[in-house]
Design a protein around this ligand. Structure first.
Ligand code: BG6
Length: 461
């Protein structure tokens, strides 16, 4: 596929596949409303789904979604505008008549954006359906994660997508990239000069990334059975964070330059082996709706990763994530080595006492820099103090609002390129095929005790 001639043009309609689904209800509809509210969305929206709903039912769903969202319906005018932009097509994604009906609903639109907020097994059907119906020319397609379920299926999906859309029209969403705190990692690293001299194996002893949730799979058991923690959040969300932390400076602030540096990180990652990870499953997971009674799917994963590059040789990267852990927290801890000389009684020698940089992403976002400071008194003894560099600001755009707005306006900066997605799959490929059994853990704990070995300090926050 060659490049679209209008690859940066604003889309003139949005077809939202899966508008009746959970993701649309929780994330996408509130994002659309927020975009309308700030005047950034004025194009028609064609909702598509299997349900035989009429427009009135769709309107009721939109209202319900917004009433349950954080903002609620705080701008009646914007709410009515959003309803006025909506139309609805009910149909099966495998039937050509569905696409004919979408075409009709799109009317005069010449550059629609098709957003596939649908189960991954339907991606290829819809992409091919769009191609056959002549709905792909000058259009773009926004694809939800997971993009593939291993390297071979990601390649196949890319092949199908490229038979219909050029790469610059494919927007692979990872909502983590739309988070302020994550964009700040990129900014903080390359907008400052004090970091660069220490940002390497000479000063950094380890990097630990945690995405812990104090809740389970909720109503998503059937979906979760098809992914597990590795595919659900490690290959995408956590790897993207690693890439931003580990990459070299891009040659310029340009989507391709950033992607190119990220791809280099994924390619330098040592492919994981089963000795590099611990898989866990919370007690009671097998009784969740949609989950197999003998499921070995992991709801927890802790792993140790190495990046074989000049900058990172020998530095362990500890990644862990899990459901039903003790608390909900998402943070990056970059731990520095202790000073070379143990001058004071309490000079740090152990991990956990040394300087560190903490990027906290959830429940609040902040950047903290920890350094030791002397306590008052005769003795040369101090405390580790954290210097807070930023704190969350109210009124930030939600990741979905940001990413949808970007996709509609053709800005690819925060989307994942084909080679980055495949290179990330290649790292976890060996452990998708061969891995240890999922070890049981208690709800509200920090996962199986065997995971301790895969944390920076051998303990947990
Ligand atoms: C999603 C996963 O992509 O990310 C979920 O499918 C996970 O399982 C979620 O809970 C975490 O996102 P956030 O933004 O709540 O940290």
């Amino acid at each position: 596929m060659t490049k679209h001639k209008d690859s940066n043009a604003h889309s003139d309609a949005l077809a939202l596949f899966g508008i009746t689904g959970d993701l649309a209800y929780k994330m996408i509809i509130p994002a659309l409303y927020a975009l309308v509210k700030r005047g950034a969305l004025t194009i028609p929206i064609v909702g598509v789904a299997l349900e035989k709903w009429d427009l009135k039912q769709l309107h009721a769903r939109v209202k319900d979604s917004l009433q349950h969202s954080a903002a609620g319906i705080d701008d009646k005018k914007a709410f009515n505008k959003l309803l006025a932009l909506l139309s609805y097509v009910s149909g099966d994604y495998t039937h050509p008549e569905t696409y004919r009906a979408i075409k009709q609903a799109l009317g005069k639109a010449k550059r629609p954006a098709h957003y596939l907020a649908i189960p991954p097994f339907l991606f290829e059907n819809v992409i091919q359906g769009l191609g056959s119906a002549g709905l792909a020319g000058n259009a773009r397609v926004i694809v939800e994660k997971p993009f593939g379920r291993d390297l071979a299926s990601a390649r196949e999906l890319n092949r199908v997508a490229h038979s219909v859309f050029p790469e610059d029209a494919i927007f692979r969403i990872d909502h983590y990239l739309g988070k302020e705190a994550i964009m700040n990692i990129l900014y903080f690293r390359f907008a400052n000069s004090f970091l660069e001299p220490i940002w390497n194996r000479n000063y950094i002893s380890s990097v630990q990334i945690t995405l812990a949730e104090d809740f389970g799979v909720k109503t998503r058991g059937a979906f979760y059975e098809t992914v597990g923690c590795l595919r659900d959040v490690i290959q995408n969300h956590l790897f993207q964070i690693v890439a931003l932390l580990a990459m070299e400076a891009p040659t310029r602030q340009d989507p391709d330059a950033v992607q190119t540096e990220k791809v280099k990180v994924f390619r330098a990652m040592r492919p994981l082996t089963s000795a590099d990870l611990v898989r866990g499953q919370y007690a009671g997971y097998r009784n969740e709706p949609g989950v197999a009674k003998n499921s070995d799917v992991e709801t927890f994963c802790a792993l140790r990763l190495f990046i074989d590059s000049w900058r990172w040789e020998g530095v362990p990267w500890y990644l862990r994530s899990g459901k039903y852990l003790e608390q909900t927290v998402n943070e990056v801890l970059v731990e520095l080595k202790p000073p070379p000389q143990k001058l004071f009684e309490d000079s740090p020698t152990l991990a956990g006492q040394t300087n560190y940089l903490r990027f906290q992403l959830a429940p609040h976002s902040s950047i903290g820099l920890a350094a030791r400071v002397k306590k008052k008194g005769k003795k040369f003894i101090g405390d580790q103090k954290e210097l807070f560099l930023i704190e969350e600001e109210p009124g930030e755009q939600s990741p979905y609002e940001r990413l949808l707005g970007d996709a509609i306006s053709g800005d690819r900066t925060l989307f994942t390129r084909e080679d980055a997605s495949e290179a990330a799959w290649a790292v976890i490929e060996p452990v998708l095929k061969e891995h240890p059994h999922a070890l049981p853990y208690r709800k509200g704990s920090w996962g199986p005790k065997e995971a301790q070995a895969f944390t920076a300090q051998g303990d947990l926050p």
